[in-house]
Design a protein around this ligand. Structure first.
Ligand SMILES: Cc1cc2nc3c(=O)[nH]c(=O)nc-3n(C[C@H](O)[C@H](O)[C@H](O)COP(=O)(O)OP(=O)(O)OC[C@H]3O[C@@H](n4cnc5c(N)ncnc54)[C@H](O)[C@@H]3O)c2cc1C
Length: 424
């Protein structure tokens, strides 16, 4: 049963869906946004209690609206970020329908349109924008069996230290989530082990400017392609406690035991790779490279920013770094929880269209699919490093909306004597 027809259907009302709706509105494209939960749900229920944005409020926002009622140099809490998107959508009356899940979308042969099954009926859409996000399903690598006598949870389900059973915690993964959670648990008096993989870790501030500013002026947010070999390198930053550089030597000095990558599990014992020193060294190299790029920028532009030689002073190597542990008997160490901060996977199972490669990854150019009428938004490196971040997705949405408007322009063309089709 067909309930309605729409030109462009946007699936998902996180920041990507809201940005998409704004640009489609500006372009005069009739559209509808369907969201299975609430607007910006991930910021409400998919984050731990104390999480704040990684960038200051002046930066982690859309260009035309500031965060009100807070210092722009502060870091907005997760609910404040969600409220921001709700307010933003209200501002231009975004046609968002919440509580409606898209179950299936498939081509209607011979029409160029798509039939979309939802939990609230069937929609015919000329175009679909999948704005369902890069961080949909938590991924836990199959290392420790579920039956092991141990609480295991993903960072997506972590809320606060009180939620975990008494005892020590092993945090696996030292991107922004793992490093911040390890820090929080350690401050809460837990014994914490942190398994550290390859990572980048920019200085929070340098010469009086936040790293988000440095990445901006250096053109690194807009960098279009990943550096070869760094495809899966996570970035470790934090806005917590007023914002500070993620420094693993400092964490170790405060009591966290650093480990290499988690490898295997057998009879209650976990083994770790011999890569801890390499991973810390490559994080240090990334940090120092940023200082060099920043210094070169100051020299080139003559901008008046104070020198900061102390930024190059490192904490001493902790014992766990100079003598890495390769094996841990979990019971003996009193570890009762393993917290996996090991990332997410996307899910496009509802899209029964020919828009994916053999590995199920979207085939696209800056969000425009090889399959006509299909668009993506919020993908990692969709057009640039910033594509999955708040401000970056806004720019990608603009590009996708422009492409949709261009297509509609051609589709709307009628030669002399031809009848104009009814526009949707
Ligand atoms: C822990 C964490 C912290 C982060 N911190 C920052 C930060 O500080 N600054 C920053 O710029 N970025 C940050 N990010 C990255 C990014 O900004 C967020 O992940 C953001 O939520 C992504 O927005 P999105 O709209 O692309 O996806 P999402 O917010 O995940 O939104 C997608 C929406 O689609 C809906 N949906 C999915 N499938 C369907 C369906 N079939 N039908 C209908 N609706 C559907 C979901 O319910 C969801 O609401 C962070 C990410 C994580 C994981």
């Amino acid at each position: 049963m067909l309930n309605e027809k729409i030109d462009t259907l946007v699936v998902g009302a996180g920041q990507a869906g809201v940005a998409m709706s704004e640009h489609l509105t500006s372009q005069g494209v009739p559209h509808l946004v369907l969201e299975k939960n609430r607007i910006a749900e991930a910021w409400r229920t998919g984050r731990w209690d104390s999480l704040v944005a990684n960038g200051p409020a002046w930066h982690d926002r859309f260009p035309s609206q500031e965060f009100t009622g807070m210092d722009p140099e502060d870091f907005a809490g997760k609910d404040r970020v969600a409220d921001y998107f709700v307010e933003y959508a209200k501002r231009f009356n975004a046609p968002i329908r919440t509580g409606v899940e898209v179950i299936k979308a498939e081509r209607i042969e011979g029409t160029g349109a798509f039939q979309v099954e939802t939990t609230d009926g069937v929609i015919e859409a000329q175009r679909i924008v999948a704005a369902t996000g890069a961080f949909q399903h938590p991924v836990i690598p199959p290392v420790v069996p579920e039956e092991a006598d141990m609480k295991q949870l993903h960072s997506f389900h972590y809320r606060n230290p009180g939620q975990l059973p008494e005892g020590a915690v092993l945090v696996v993964g030292a991107g922004s989530s793992g490093a911040q959670i390890a820090d929080e648990l350690n401050r809460a008096g837990r014994k914490v082990y942190l398994s550290v993989g390859p990572h980048d870790r920019p200085p929070r501030m340098y010469r009086g400017r936040d790293f988000v500013w440095w990445l901006g002026v250096l053109g690194l947010w807009d960098q279009a392609a990943q550096e070869p070999g760094k495809e899966h390198v996570t970035i470790s930053v934090s806005g917590a406690y007023g914002g500070q550089t993620m420094d693993f030597r400092r964490l170790a000095g405060e009591g966290v035991t650093l480990l290499g990558m988690t490898e295997t599990y057998e009879n209650g014992t976990l083994t770790f790779a011999s890569d801890l020193q390499d991973n810390i060294a490559s994080g240090d190299a990334d940090y120092l490279k940023m200082l060099e790029l920043a210094d070169a920028y100051v020299e080139r532009t003559g901008i008046d920013l104070p020198e900061e030689p102390e930024a190059r002073r490192a904490f001493p190597d902790p014992y766990c770094l100079s003598h890495p542990i390769r094996e841990l008997d979990l019971k003996k160490e009193g570890i009762t929880t393993i917290l996996w901060a090991t990332g997410f996977r996307q899910d496009f199972a509802w899209m029964k269209v020919d828009a994916f490669d053999a590995q199920g990854r979207p085939r696209h150019q800056r969000g425009v699919s090889a399959e006509p009428g299909i668009y993506f938004l919020g993908l990692p490196w969709q057009s640039r490093r910033g594509s999955t971040f708040i401000w970056g997705v806004w720019h990608d949405a603009k590009h996708v909306a422009d492409q949709i408007a261009i297509q509609r322009h051609y589709e709307g063309y009628r030669g002399p004597g031809e009848c104009r089709a009814d526009a949707l």
